[in-house]
Structure formats: structure tokens, C-alpha cells
Design a protein around this ligand. Structure first.
Ligand code: ARG
Length: 626
């Protein structure tokens, strides 16, 4: 056991997992037919009795129809814990049958030694996986709002986690840049420019956003109003007025459809206008991505327009192979066999393609061209039916199976919930508009600035600004990441900017505090001999910190497996909290002797590196001082 514990390639490092495996082995030996062999390891309720306890004996006794304490005694006798724990015996059974175990201090040191490598217990995989992550998903001519924050921040972090695990990740920004709504705004822009109301050279996103809304309104028409006027017999004058309005809307819509055809056939003038809309939107989008410290760049833009020449082929292919069938003039892929009652609509009766059609082409490219084994979609939970349909249709069509594979790749909707205002409703401005992402970031940084200035009155303006930018962005990102992504959360500047508690600023500050110890150590002439010092874990606060650090590799793996950044957030918060208690109870530079000092310095160094690596993996900007 001692040897395997020291083996750098033998996962895991987390004592809980090691204990779990030993207990499950013992249960299997004791009761080979037990249906449930869970080890049920938890931190000890009474630390004076041990570090961890297993609660396995109680449910096992029930399954076996025996007394829990007797089963516990048999388990204790069957356990092979080797070097992992202090020897255990009948005296370690407590209450109705809890089994207490105490880790060997040397074992914790050995495990920490294994964590203390440049890869921090996460060596690159022998066979990296190709993974595509759908991120951001902005729409042309629309301001990015708070919903895009989530698709951008969580999506990028999911990608970072997979990158940290050594996989080959491709981010795909599925920009909504094609189709009738885009043609509407293109037609509108042409009219406004021709009338001299909009200058094409100084086009900005807020102008476009206004044109988009106008174009939508103009094309919408008044059919519901006409129906009401008819129903209540409101008279010929009103009906004539509404009729004229409807005619106008029909004309706008017809013009938008002509513009779409012009776009699709590559008409140079129309495409040039579209390109201006595209460039203006993407400039703002990529600025926000940069400011949010994401790795999303222009090279990851793979909008709906990038599939425009593939859509007809996809639809023909589906129809030719009998996967799509005609239904009321439209083409659909029936999905009853996949347990989904609504079919996936791939072509409208007027020949137009849909959101789902480009997503099918997207899966085909991501799996069959990019050869991805996993495709993860970081998109609003409200689109979950869409993704179930598209995934099922793509799987049926074979688009989800890689060239060389026999099984389909894993298609996953990493869904997220809504950002709410403090009234519990979707987060909006006072006037009921969506909150612009750029405004939100400005506000976070402004508020961070007052907090930072208050804490450090002596700092010069430029430093305050730099620190505030990092603190503000970290605060927003951490809030978005640390909540279980599927849940809604309430947006609050005050809460996210607090320097205490489960916040971004608290984590940045924890790292700053670790780093400051090393600055002081250098000032006092302490050499870097600590890097190879034996780590002696004796104090409870040291042990707590050590055990928390040992959870790091497994936590990053689990965050990757489930595409759930909040798992990593929770661990880093635990590390920061455990470090803070350790710092309070265990003097480092003022330790009683050199060996203790070096052991503690090495533990600090490891904590700092886990924090820095974790924050980098989350995509939070870090600071040397704050
Ligand atoms: N543009 C879409 C929207 O705003 C999001 C795109 C999500 N990604 C995708 N592959 N469908 O709703």
C-alpha cells in the first residue's frame, strides 16, 4: 500500500476516494451478493474519534437482516487499509455502527508529495479527447445582454476545464447571423442609409439594435388587431385603417424575404451590408469576450451563416434516406422512437430552413469534421426541447457518429438557468429593458473601484483602476460560475463584491495573501529549501488544508465530466477558507522551528499553486496585490 500511495501515476489522491475503495472491497468480501455496497464515507462528526467515518454498516445490516454493530465489527475485521490509516479495531465502532478511521499523518504527507508536481495531480491524458464546446451564441444586430453572460462565461470555463484536463477543445460561437430576422434588419439598414438617416461608416451596435427592433415591429403586422376588430364589429373605418397597416407590414416582410434571397444568392451589395452588421456586432461581442477574460476569439466564430451552403444538402440527405418525411408541405424528422412526441422541423413549407437545420449541420461538422467525441452546448435551459430534438435527429441520421467510431459521440446540453433581479423576475432595467452586458461590466468595475479605494486609500489611481477591473470581472464571473448552472440566481452587486464569503474577490484575496508570505520570506532571507522539505501534518488546521488540497485533481475531473464549473468553485472556496484558518492558527514564518517553518511554507506554496491553477482554470483574472 505504501508503495502504491507514493506512485505518481496511481490515481486517486483524495483520501476519501481511497477509503471508499477499501470499504467497498471489504463490503464485497463480506457480502458478495449485497445489492448496495456504498461505503458512505463522511468527515467524522466527532473529530476526536477520527478524521472520517463510514456509515455503511447500517444499510448493509438491513440488507443482510443482521445487527448493525455486528456487521460493523465484521467490516472492521475485513478491512485492508494498509498504510492509509492508523490501525483500527472494535474500539473504533461508535453509536449504532459508525466506523471511525484516522489517517496516518505520513500518508497525508505522501499524498501531498504526489500532488506537489507541476501538473498538480492532473497529468496529461495518454489519449486526449477532441471536444467541441458551443459558447456565447450572440445574435447579429442585438446588444449582448445578461443572458449572453452565462453562455459566454460558463461556456468558456467549461472549455477551459477540458483544456486543463489535457483535451483538444474547439470553442464554437454559434452566432445567430442568418435567416429572415437578419434579412429584415439588413433591408432596414439599406433603407435608412439610402435616406441618409444612418451613416454606414460610423455604424455602432446600439444603432443596429434600434434598427432591429424597428424592422421587427414593421414586419409584424396587425392581424390579431384585425381579428378583434372583426369580432367586435368595430366598423369599416377602423378596419380600413388596420387593413392599410397590414398591407404595409406585408410589403416590409416581402422586402425582407427578397433581401434574404439576395443574401443567399450572394448579391454583392446586400452581402456588403450584412458584412457591416456582422463586423459591428462581432467587434462588440469579442470586446466583451476579451474583457471577460475568456479565450473566445474571432477564430471561434462559427455562426449560422457558416452553414448556409450546407443546409440544402442536409435536408436532401435526410429526405433521401427516409429520415425526414413530408408533413403538411414541410419536412420533419419524426422522433417518436426516441420518446419525443414533437418532431424536429427541418424545412418550412415555403422552403425556408430553421434554427434546427443549422444545428444539425453543426453537429455533423463538429462530429464528422472536427472528430469530436463530446459536443457540449452551453445554452439557456429554455432551449432544452430544441436540443433534445436536434440531438435525437442527428443521432438518427448518423451525424453524431465519428468516421472511425461505432458509437455516437456524446451530445450534451450544459443548460443554464436565468439571472433574476431582486424581485425574483428576470433581471431587467427599471424601464423593463434587457440589461446590456457592457453596462453591467462597467457598473461592476465602478463599484469595485469604490471598494478597493476604501480598503487601500494610499493606492494611486492607475493601480486602483487595474485592481478594480480584475475584482469587478472576477466578482461577476464567479457569481455566474459558482451557482449550480441549471439554477436561476439573483443578481446582486453588493453580494458579489464582498471581500468575505463565497465570492470572487475573496478568492483573489486568498491568493494575494498566500503570495505575500513568500514576499516576506524573501525579505527575511528564507531560501527556497522548503520546496523539498518533508511536510509534517500535525495541527488540525494543517490537516484540514491538506485534505482539502488533495481533493483538487478529482474535483477538476468531476467538473469536466459533468461540465459543471461550480464544483471547482466550491473546492477553491474550501481551499481559501481552510487556508485562512491555517494562517490564523499556524504561524509560518514565525514557526517554532525551521523544519516546521519549511513544512508550512511548502504547504502554503502548494495551496497557492492550487488556487492559482484553479482560478486560471475558471478564467478569473488574478492579482499580485489588492
Ligand atoms: N443564438 C442563439 C440564441 O440567442 C443561441 C445559439 C446557441 N447555440 C446553438 N448551437 N444553437 O438563442
Amino acid at each position: 500500500m505504501a508503495e502504491s500511495l507514493a506512485d505518481a501515476n496511481a490515481a486517486p489522491l483524495d483520501p476519501v476516494e481511497l477509503l471508499d475503495a477499501c470499504f467497498v472491497d471489504a463490503i464485497r468480501r463480506l457480502a458478495p451478493d449485497a445489492v448496495d455496497a456504498s461505503a458512505l464515507i463522511t468527515p467524522s462528526k466527532r473529530p476526536e474519534l477520527g478524521d472520517f467515518q463510514s456509515n455503511a454498516a447500517m444499510p448493509l445490516a438491513k440488507q443482510l437482516g443482521r445487527k448493525p454493530r455486528e456487521v460493523a465489527a465484521d467490516l472492521v475485521a475485513a478491512l485492508e487499509l494498509g498504510e492509509l490509516t492508523e490501525p483500527i479495531g472494535p474500539e473504533d465502532i461508535a453509536g449504532p455502527g459508525f466506523i471511525n478511521v484516522r489517517l496516518k499523518s505520513e500518508t497525508i504527507s505522501t499524498l501531498l508529495g504526489r500532488l506537489d508536481t507541476p501538473e498538480l495531480g492532473l497529468p496529461a491524458p495518454v489519449e486526449p479527447m477532441a471536444i467541441a464546446v458551443d459558447v456565447c451564441g450572440v445574435n447579429l444586430a442585438k446588444q449582448m445582454h445578461v443572458g449572453h453572460l452565462r453562455a459566454t462565461v460558463i461556456g468558456d470555463t467549461i472549455a477551459r476545464i477540458h483544456e486543463r484536463l489535457g483535451h483538444a477543445v474547439t470553442r464554437q460561437n454559434h452566432v445567430g447571423d442568418w435567416g429572415l430576422p437578419i434579412a429584415m434588419v439588413t433591408a432596414k439598414l439599406r433603407d435608412e442609409a439610402a435616406a441618409g438617416r444612418v451613416g454606414l461608416d460610423a455604424l455602432d451596435l446600439s444603432t443596429l439594435d434600434g434598427l432591429y427592433k424597428l424592422a421587427q415591429a414593421e414586419c409584424r403586422g396587425v392581424r390579431p388587431a384585425i381579428a378583434i376588430a372583426e369580432k367586435y364589429d368595430m366598423g369599416p373605418k377602423i378596419l380600413a385603417e388596420l387593413g392599410a397597416q397590414q398591407e404595409e407590414a406585408d410589403e416590409h416582410l416581402a422586402e425582407a424575404k427578397r433581401t434574404l434571397v439576395a443574401l443567399q444568392s450572394g448579391d454583392a451589395e446586400t452581402v456588403a451590408l450584412w458584412q457591416r452588421i456582422y463586423d459591428t456586432t462581432m467587434r462588440a461581442c469579442l470586446d466583451a469576450c476579451r474583457r471577460l477574460n475568456t479565450r473566445i476569439t474571432d477564430e471561434h466564430s462559427a455562426g449560422e451563416s457558416s452553414y448556409r451552403d450546407e443546409l440544402a444538402g442536409v435536408v436532401d440527405d435526410l429526405f433521401d434516406r427516409g429520415i425526414a418525411v413530408k408533413s403538411d408541405g414541410a419536412l420533419v424528422v419524426p422522433l417518436d422512437d426516441a420518446g419525443i412526441s414533437e418532431p424536429c422541423l427541418v424545412q418550412k413549407s415555403d422552403g425556408g430552413f430553421l434554427y434546427a437545420t443549422s444545428d444539425l449541420a453543426g453537429i455533423r461538422r463538429r462530429v464528422r469534421v472536427l472528430d469530436s467525441e463530446r459536443v457540449v452546448y452551453c445554452v439557456d435551459a429554455r432551449q432544452s426541447l430544441h436540443f433534445r430534438q436536434v440531438f435525437a435527429a442527428a443521432t438518427k441520421a448518423g451525424y453524431a457518429t465519428r468516421e472511425a467510431a461505432s458509437e455516437p459521440s456524446s451530445l450534451e446540453h450544459a443548460a443554464f438557468g436565468m439571472v433574476l433581479g431582486d424581485n425574483g423576475k428576470p433581471f431587467k432595467t427599471r424601464s423593463g429593458e434587457n440589461v446590456r452586458l457592457a453596462d453591467l461590466l462597467d457598473q461592476a468595475v465602478d463599484q469595485a473601484e469604490s471598494v478597493v479605494r476604501e480598503k487601500n486609500p494610499e493606492l494611486d489611481d492607475a493601480s486602483v483602476r487595474t485592481i478594480a477591473e480584475a475584482v469587478g470581472i472576477a466578482a461577476i464571473k464567479y457569481t455566474d460560475l459558482s451557482n449550480d448552472r441549471i439554477k436561476d440566481y439573483v443578481f446582486s452587486f453588493e453580494r458579489m463584491l464582498a471581500f468575505e464569503g463565497d465570492t470572487g474577490p475573496y478568492l483573489l484575496n486568498a491568493l494575494v495573501r498566500v503570495r505575500s508570505i513568500f514576499r516576506k520570506a524573501i525579505e527575511r532571507g528564507v531560501g527556497d529549501g522548503y520546496k523539498a522539505a518533508p511536510m509534517r501534518i500535525t495541527e488540525p488546521a494543517e490537516k484540514k488544508l491538506a485534505l482539502t488540497l488533495l481533493r483538487y485533481p478529482q474535483t477538476v475531473r468531476a467538473a469536466g465530466e459533468h461540465s459543471e464549473p461550480h464544483r471547482l468553485c466550491a473546492l477553491l472556496y474550501d481551499v481559501a477558507s481552510a487556508y485562512s484558518v491555517f494562517y490564523e492558527h499556524c504561524p509560518v514564518l514565525g514557526a517554532p522551528d525551521e523544519a516546521t517553518r519549511d513544512s508550512r511554507l511548502r504547504l502554503c506554496d502548494l495551496a497557492g499553486r492550487v488556487l492559482a491553477d484553479g482560478l486560471e482554470t475558471l478564467g478569473l483574472p488574478t492579482l499580485e496585490r489588492m
